[in-house]
Write a protein that binds this ligand. Sequence first.
Ligand code: ADP
Ligand code: ADP
Length: 226
Amino acid sequence: MASIEMRNIVKQYGDGYPAVNDVSLDIADGEFMILVGPSGCGKSTLLRMIVGLEDITSGDMVIGGKRVNDLAPRERNLSMVFQNYALYPHMTVFENIAFPLRLSKTPDDEVRRRVQEASDVLELKEHLERKPANLSGGQRQRVAMGRAIVRQAEAFLFDEPLSNLDAKLRGQMRTEISRLQRRLGITTVYVTHDQTEAMTLGDRVCVLRKGKIQQVASPRELYEQP
Ligand code: ADP
Ligand code: ADP
């Protein structure tokens, strides 16, 4: 687990207005931070710079006390949960969760142990031999999170993970993500444009507008302001 510190982060695509314009934000170890704001305000770009999928034009990205500007995604040990889950359809749930451990050539018995642990937390134990096509949307989301958990990543990053789900499932998953994050105590950055998610999920909400931070506050502070 790790803190995430952003110092005067700028992202300039071409010669237009900066997509991210001098953002400084400290996310504490174990904190759940929401990034919210209208379409085009720079949420995804900021998240992608944390993960390392986008170069930083200027400023410093510091994760767990270490400057990571020049590190590739795989060297940052973060885990991004995508909207489309990015599961492998031909693999079982077990193998989908185990995938990052296979890549790092983890011994079989340890793979089994870690997948068991993750599927316990995620209540996926009964489904380990199934294929993603035979799972509900919520179960698939949990498999994607399982993959993030077994890697023992420093932080979870979510990019609008629920926007493809229907309202009922979205509500269930909100509860689930919140419960899981608190149980694991893992630093989390969660991008959304959904007000309900912003107000119910996070410890703090960072409101972006035109690439700048407009406000950082707890949901309660946001709710109570005039
Ligand atoms: P959000 O996630 O808040 O909708 P984005 O981070 O996707 O916003 O985009 C922020 C701004 O940067 C937008 O003006 C968008 O058009 C621009 N932008 C995003 N990605 C690229 C890119 N690859 N090339 C050029 N401009 C981009
Ligand atoms: P390469 O340098 O080999 O082209 P990348 O740096 O693009 O590969 O990514 C390789 C590793 O980085 C993968 O093993 C994957 O775990 C990790 N990675 C890539 N994209 C992401 C992401 N969005 N979130 C978390 N990890 C990622």
